[in-house]
Design a protein around this ligand. Structure first.
Ligand SMILES: Cc1cc2nc3c(=O)[nH]c(=O)nc-3n(C[C@H](O)[C@H](O)[C@H](O)COP(=O)(O)OP(=O)(O)OC[C@H]3O[C@@H](n4cnc5c(N)ncnc54)[C@H](O)[C@@H]3O)c2cc1C
Length: 349
């Protein structure tokens, strides 16, 4: 093995076990990655052992202090996860803080909302850690031969016709999906299709430039939004949706008719018949974007939003971080989902 890197990836170590038994690491059940280098790495590598750890806090907030980014977790350098995870912590916290401030929630509701936030972020940390460990084991192949064959395999896959396309397409799949087991206090309804992210596509309204859908759906940091998948002109019905919002009791400070976007999924450009003040968009195919000088990534598809949803879904209730709270096929279902939103922000006994 001389001259080639070796790796030991451990989930438990003697030191870790002793720390747990003495209570020192009681709240840090950290899987630890040990990377052993057989070649001389630096003159300071006296033992030839360099330790990488992934760590997470046991408590993400206390009163008015919340931990985000590296203050809450650290990763080994194999995944490039540090910056994105930190930004997502902040994004997921910011709209909750804005909503709590607008609604003047009680301390018990505040506790519940922040607990939900920390459970979701902890779940995201677990997912990022898994991919980091996987990358670590790939880039630090135990044997020179293993590394050689892995790189050869990847080169072949990427050079095959359709290989690059299928690998890039994978990147468009949502990898982070919250569930009610790891996030029992999370702000989503798993049973109603919530907990995953809505896809992002280019959309356009008659007479306007194409825009990325995230910038269209989100109009207010502290508001939820409703995305309506339009298959017939009758689906563009702000009055009935307004009535469902009113009947559910969700405060207008977090959701109003201003937060509704219609996405024409009929393929027939229904929006052309609509008044321009209505927010009716269609998703732009690559050919339409090319005319505008916009190049899409491989794997882009204008139907990505509906393709990620169950067939027949009409109403998508979105959080400001583009995670789906819940979906519904009909208005009564939307109203029921909205009622659970109201309950989430109500006093807890
Ligand atoms: C060598 C290296 C390479 C990396 N490469 C990547 C990569 O390729 N991709 C990736 O995603 N991540 C990478 N990371 C991780 C990434 O840099 C961090 O995850 C990210 O910077 C964390 O951001 P943060 O804002 O949470 O913390 P920091 O960037 O550490 O910011 C904290 C700030 O708080 C300041 N501060 C600390 N204490 C106090 C105090 N008491 N009062 C006032 N200010 C204080 C610090 O000076 C610092 O400016 C790398 C890290 C290192 C070290």
């Amino acid at each position: 093995m001389d001259g080639h890197p070796r790796v030991e990836v451990c989930t438990e170590t003697e030191e870790y076990r002793s720390r747990v038994s003495t209570g020192l690491h009681k709240h840090h059940p950290l899987p630890t990655i040990y990377v052993r280098l057989d070649r001389q790495f630096t003159s300071r590598a006296e033992t030839n052992l360099i330790r990488f750890a992934t760590k997470v806090v046991n408590r993400w907030y206390c009163r008015k202090t919340m931990l985000i980014g590296d203050a809450a977790h650290v990763f080994p350098p194999f995944g490039g996860q540090g910056i994105a995870t930190g930004i997502r912590d902040a994004q997921a916290l910011s709209w909750r803080l804005a909503m709590m401030s607008n609604l003047q929630v009680s301390p018990s509701v505040r506790e519940h909302i922040l607990t939900g936030w920390s459970q979701e972020r902890r779940h995201a940390w677990e997912a990022a850690t898994l991919s980091t460990k996987l990358n670590g084991s790939i880039v630090n192949q135990r044997s020179w031969l293993g590394g050689f064959f892995y790189r050869l395999y990847m080169r072949i896959i990427w050079s095959l016709p359709g290989g690059a396309w299928s690998r890039t397409k994978k990147a468009f799949k949502d990898k982070l999906v919250y569930n009610s087991q790891t996030c029992p206090d999370g702000f989503f309804l798993e049973s109603q299709g919530g907990g995953r992210k809505v896809a992002q596509v280019w959309v356009r309204r008659i007479g306007e430039e194409p825009r990325l859908s995230d910038t269209v759906f989100l109009r207010h940091l502290s508001h939820l939004s409703i995305l309506v998948l339009v298959r017939s002109p009758q689906d563009i019905d702000s009055t009935s949706i307004a009535e469902a919002i009113r009947a559910s009791g969700v405060p207008s400070t977090i959701l109003s008719t201003e937060d509704i976007t219609y996405l024409d999924v009929s393929g027939g450009r229904l929006q052309a018949q609509q008044e321009t003040e209505k927010r009716v968009y269609h998703a732009c195919p690559t050919s339409e974007l090319m005319v505008e000088g916009i190049t899409t990534l491989r794997g882009y598809h204008e139907d990505a939003i509906q393709n990620r949803l169950q067939k027949g879904v009409k109403y998508v209730l979105l959080r400001p971080d583009f995670f789906i709270h819940s979906v519904a096929m009909e208005l009564p279902g939307l109203q029921r989902n909205l009622e659970t939103v109201r309950e989430y922000f109500e006093e807890r006994i």
